[in-house]
Structure formats: C-alpha cells, structure tokens
Ligand binder design. Sequence first.
Ligand code: DP6
Length: 321
Amino acid sequence: MQPVSAIAHANIALIKYWGKAPGDGNLPATGSLSLTLDCFFTQTVIQKSNQDRFILNGIEQTGERLARVQAFLDLVRVKKIACEVISENHVPTQSGLASSASGFAALACAANQFFALGLDNRALSELARRGSGSAARSIFPGLARMHREGYAEGIDARKLDLNMLVVHCSNLEKQVDSRTAMNLTAQTSAYYPEWISSHQADLDDALKAVWHGDFKKLGELTEYSTLKMHASMLAARPAIWYFEPLSWAVMNAVRDWRRQGLQAYFTLDAGPHVKVLCQSNDVGVLKTGLEKIPGVLKVQHAKPGPGAYLLAGHSFREGRV
Ligand code: DP6
C-alpha cells in the first residue's frame, strides 16, 4: 500500500449546523450551507505503520484526538491495518476556524484512495461527516449544502461574488469544543427546539437567495442564522458563549458600515473570530477598517476555495495561517 496525500480546505457555514439527530452516525439535526475558503487547508498523509499514530503539526497526538482518528479509520479499514496519519493544519486548531472540517475531509479523501474504496463525492461527504459534521461540506468547492440525510452537495454560486474577511480576535484555544457545546445546547437550552423548527425556512430562503444572486438577502440570513445559533447556546445550562468583547466590537463596526451603505455581514462559529461576508469591491475598504479596530490581530481575505483533492507527491505544502 502506497502512502496517499490529500488536501481539503476549511469551510465556514452561512446557515449553521448546530445539533445532531438522535442515534449513531453523526447525522445533523438540520441541513446547512457553507462556503469553502481558499486560505485555510489541511494536508494529510496516510501510510501503513506498525501501530496507529496521529501526528498533527509535527506533534504526536494521544488521548481523544488519536481515538477520534482511530474510530474514523475503523469505519473503512480492513483487517485493522495499522496506519500513520500525518496532518499539517494550515488553520488555527481549536479556535472556531473549522479545522475539524478540513481535517476530516482531507482524511476521508486520502482514506478513499489508500483503501481503494471507490467512493464518489457524495459518498465521500458521508464518510467525512462520520468524522465531523462540517467536514462533509469541505469535500466540495465554494458553496456547499449539507442535507439532513447526512451528505453534502456543491451549489452553483456563479451569480454571486463571495468573499470572506476572517478577523482574528484571539490567540487562545477555545474552552468548549463544538461537539460538547452543541450536545449541551440540545439537552438543556429552552431555545434549542425553536432553533431546530425554524431552521429549514432559513436554509430554503438562503438557497433561493443564491439562486437569484441576491447577495443582500444571503448576507441578512447569514447574520440571522449565526445569531440564532448563539442565542440557543446562551440559553443552555450552563450558558455557553464564544464571543469576546472584541468580537462585539467587530460586529458593531460591521453594522455601522452597513448603515453607511457598505454590504457586509458577519458570522461567528464556536470561537471568538468574526468572519465578514462581502463582495470584491468592498474588500479593500472593509479590510482597512477592520485592521484599525484596536485589538484585532489579523485580517485575512478569503475567496471560495477548491474541494478536497489528492496530491501526487507526499511533500507538505506551505500555507498561510
Ligand atoms: C459552529 O462539525 O465541529 O462550526 O459534527 O460534532 O464534529 P461535529 O461538529 P462540527 O460543528 C460545526 C459547528 C459550527 C457550525 C457549522 O460549521 O455549521
């Protein structure tokens, strides 16, 4: 068995996934819609070994992180072949910037080739989902829709000019991982049932907006979905929030710029960083404005990125984080 190398890019959801369907298989309770980004990716090599190993950014992983990779490999490997998985994450890990999405999408893509599974993109997205729900969407370039049934598909976004400014608001790793937080929300939040029951309408409206090339509508729904998701977390017991004061400052600035006529819409995930959805013409002025907000560490401009793909060699690519 030859080593196999694959790359997958991170994605940021516009219409969020937050909560699982009952039962095994890591099925989402709702669909979702995301944008795969060109600036963040994971490269993963998988090869035969004498024992399972998972090396992330040059550091040997043990405990839960290794167990999660092993459980994923158990879904597809025959005769329990021991594997070494080497990943380089060009995404800050554990910070709400979707490193598990690109990580499991790259691993699924590499495993498909390594174990000669012959999966098409839909089946590959189902496999990636078993590792992390959001990973299913990173199989596809640009806009991707996740279905409640557990697979994702690419969505034609040619009528839209989509850009994202990723505003780094903290260097710290998050305290509560998204899986724990979404399960706690589902079990304890008074608003979780409302989040689930109102979700499909948001997704339908967002897909309509994409179809019509209606950037403003898509942006409004993006903000609405993230705020509803975070509101459901705030009502969990104990409450969960990922916002830092700086996150609020960025959100306020985005709303101010909108009042002044700029088209910009924010979204946040399980971390303090703010991502701003905007169009090419506004990137320059928004980036300059965001960089001037006191405390902002870095602003990265992302365009729609590629789907997961295999690499011919096994050398690791340089990337920007
Ligand atoms: C806030 O995909 O990390 O980023 O399926 O448990 O691995 P698991 O969860 P994960 O959750 C992502 C949550 C989110 C919203 C989103 O990406 O849709």
